[in-house]
Design a protein. Sequence first.
Lengths: 968, 224
Amino acid sequence: MGLSDSPSRIDAASIYLIQGPIDERQAGRLAEELLADPVMEDATIGSSPARGAALVEVHPRPGVMDPNAEAIEWAVQSMLGVEVQVRTGRRYDMHGVDRETAQAVARRCLANSVIHAIHDEPYHPQAFPAGSPRELRTVTIPLDDMNNEALVRLSREAHFFLSLEELKAIQAQYRRLGREPGDIELETLAQTWSEHCVHKTLKATIRYRDETNDSDRNPRIDMRGRPGHEINPDGSVTIHNLLKSTIAAATNELIADGLDWCLSVFVDNAGIIAFDEEHAVCFKVETHNHPSAIEPYGGAATGIGGCIRDIIGTGLAAKPIAATDIFCVAHPDHWRQGPRRARRGLSSAQRDLPAGCLHPRRILMEIVAGVRDYGNRMGIPTLNGAVWFDDDYVGNPLVYCGCVGVMPRDLVKGDPKPGDSIIVLGGRTGRDGIHGATFSSAELTDVHADEFSHAVQIGNPMTEKKLLDVILAARDHEDGCLFTAITDCGAGGFSSAVGEMGEQLGAEVNLEQASLKYEGLSPTEIWISEAQERMVLAVPPERVEKLQAVCALHAVEMCELGTFGTDDRELVLRYDGTEVGRLAMEFLHEGRPQTTRDAVWSPPAIRGLSTPCLAAGENRPSIREALLALLAHPNITSKRWIIRQYDHEVQGASAVTPLVGADGDGPSDAAVILPVLNSRRGLAIANGLATGLRDDPYLMALAAVDECVRNLVCVGADPSRIAILDNFCWPSCDNPQELGGLVRAAEGCYDAAKAYRTPFISGKDSLNNQFTTEDGQTIKIPPTLLISGIGIVDDVRKCVTMDIKGVGNYVVVVGATQESWGGSHYGEVYGCADKNLPRVDLDLGPRIAGTMHSLIKRELVESVHDCSDGGLLVAIAEMCIAGGLGVALDLSPFPELSPQTLLFAESPSRFVIEVSPSNLRAVQLQFAEIPLAVVGKTRGERTLGIDGLECAWTLDEVSGAWLGTLDW
Amino acid sequence: MGVDRNVERRGPAPRVMCADSRTRLDFHRSCQMPNALIITTAGINCDRELAHAFTLAGARVESIHLNCLLDDPALIDRFQLIGLPGGFSYGDAIAAGRIMAALMRQRLYPALVRAVERGVPIIAPCNGFQIAVQIGLLPGPAPGEPWPETAPKPSIALAQNASARFVDRWCRVELPTESCCVWTHRLDPADETRLLPVAHGEGRFIGESDTLIQRLADSGQIAV
């Protein structure tokens, strides 16, 4: 914990503060029959005397979601028939520490001051804080007189984060209208035009200059003939709408070329593909980085909660069936927190944690807990993920949350009709989460925790689970689907949900109709609140009553906020009949000025060095030592500690889970689920992340797509039925260099998607991921591109896992090994000077994937594993650990490669397979045109050894190294 | 830092238990197409797969929301098979299954005991098990003894896991040679490959007395 003293013991207790008309006897009954377990707990009414030297109580701050309180209120009402209000808290009696230390322990481990109040004595308020009604005040903001400087100041101070050009366009619009904008109108524009909602960087016109010399080491991208790209006389390239000209273009070209299973791409909350004749599946991955930096538990939980709502809000509602999570954080052991070195094992290599950052260990533990508590409570298996460690994530961790859904094929599209009611279901609206969309579009600083605490929220999975139950019941209603369109209330709240749904029709909204958590919200606050667990539906008026009945059974709140459709396609906002805002949908959605941005590519000087990696023979680590060090590397080490906290069995549809093998500790390349329980058809889910290749985002994108495809193919997915998603997390792209990297990544996505014939169906970007410390230093994250994929498995009975299955089988490596060390883990650990990055062969890679699939289909392989982080030897060691069997390696088929290169280089497009002797000939024939070599044989002896190199490990040694690092 | 929760550690929790020997029922012979009840409420999330399993086994399945049963407990009387599914009922607020158990204990205990006495098999995995324990349905009276008229004070509890967090993993399970459990009594105890997934945050078995587990074992009330 980085503290000088630790408590010798802590007694913990739950606290329930109950406000309402109950007497002593009823309180006793609640304590006995509801609040305490009769076998193992004691209940005290009031406060028990202090048991330790110091007492700490942690309570949620007023207005912060207390997810259990609502359920307890309901239980009390059912049991006693009286209405009460409940707040919960935790009490810790600490032994062996003073008050100061106890407070420090609480701040460091038990509470986050953004959302919690820490007390040093029992907290017993006379009454809960409550809101009070307020009078309606409409606020107009006089833009007309503002000069540029004043506009910029307004944007910053009001947290609009709009650019000067955008503010001037708004100023001009209101001059044309001859009036000043209301604050609610500016807020609506700021939300709708935020980077988060509209992706203005990826949709901008970009002028890209490549200032490098073309060479093998530094390949120029051939920009000729790419859609939406214009080559200028000076050699620079103008790209009209980067997203449309690269990622979407690849999908459109594939569709034009006959790919017929994409049902909805880039337009809805998630991309949708055909699953079988009757069903479709959809997939979306979101990021929730900035909230997770400040309050990791709530940030991650609401991240997965929001992504699940995206799936529920796709088409006419999909049922969420799987979740994914990928985290990027700083190395937990590299950072020191607190005034002195108080913990054993601190090395001098540790750096001081910048002010305003939470410790990476705490961040990782809490984001895992957040995903766990939300995903598990929703009953959605979390089946796939990854963790990547890099110290540049210290101030700005990345939290990617994904969700897969299944739906009937005839419900993939919804459209509101004029006259439909705007119905809000689920949670109440509060002041929480205001400015989330604009906050996520800004860069972080050391004071963000104070400035943006209102953007951080705690989720309530119960509310969302009930919401899901109601929406599926309304979708599958005996009278047909009760709604014509649905979307989630995410960033921007009602403002973006209603604004987007009503884009073509206009909408009239009565803000006083929203059900509120407490009184006193202004109309603007109601309109832009990002309170969680709300969905907006368009419901034909004659069906509202039926929906109301469904809601009543499940005890879900519903309110009617207004109607879709106005004469002039306007958004009209009223409060108690008074108009508080009026915006033309056309200006709101199309009025944003198009910008041209400059992008430059001039690679870091460190690239292009050609010193052979292993020149200094004496310093070369032994292969024995290197394998153990790599297996213990945090990127490679087992993520069992995380995976086992997630339910991956719920819904009873998991065919291949994230942990496979004899003892359930093998890392599966992908998960496979059965979206339709009585069919054998499966869906594989995987991801690819190649942040090691950050020095050239073009190569990084190729490698990420390649890895994602391989992971899916490994378990049995058909590579001709794989759909992928892009999630860019980048530092500020106001910097032309960073934008240059982004352009290269997008071009890589285009080339890889076309080569592998894997359409992008949806995506999301999060820019401005950097952190400015109190002394003004900016820590930029590595440019990070996550590729997530789903692939169809024809018959899950033919799925293959990566654990070695039998004795006496051949171990075969498929694909070419390149001598390049840039981005490799071996290079990182042992400091290779060679920074050459491996490059995916876009002809060979797809051919290998296709051939591998036909082998799996013909049941010619016993096990398959992708060869990625750590290289070939790590992949084989993982297969041994998973299968509990040994392998004898023989490197003689590769006389031209050094053992280090063969064993540790991280060349793309390679697989390791286990083949029985009787199938070897058939496998070799199938791979006739593809590099392939037998490198060893499996054996019953529990050792991994390399013939001729006097090098061997017991399986206990390798699994000890691999399981030890993240065994928290 | 040691956190003492004032509870002692015992072995892993059995996942499935039956009430007592009178629930033994020759399922395949006596009912061709039983009506199966699945009780759901806010936060229950394994109801669909339990319904799928019941259907595969030949039952006609109806999922009924707890709110409807609380209003009309006699609805239970028309079923020949009951499932309390897994999930996080009411978010597992207070403790796993606590609120659902408190409500069922208060209003459904007589109807559930009537069902048990009719010989209706009840399966209660996961959250269902945590709920059945807290209702007072498990471990149930010793063979030969009658069911109490009102819900008995629970004699066992499922404490937070020793790791203090939710764990999902596949476990090898042992079957007792003598079991009165309708769900496991015909399975071969010699089969060592038997695996079950466990997935819970509160599954550490605590008995009110040291002799409880022995008593349960002696009377065949341990299912796995």
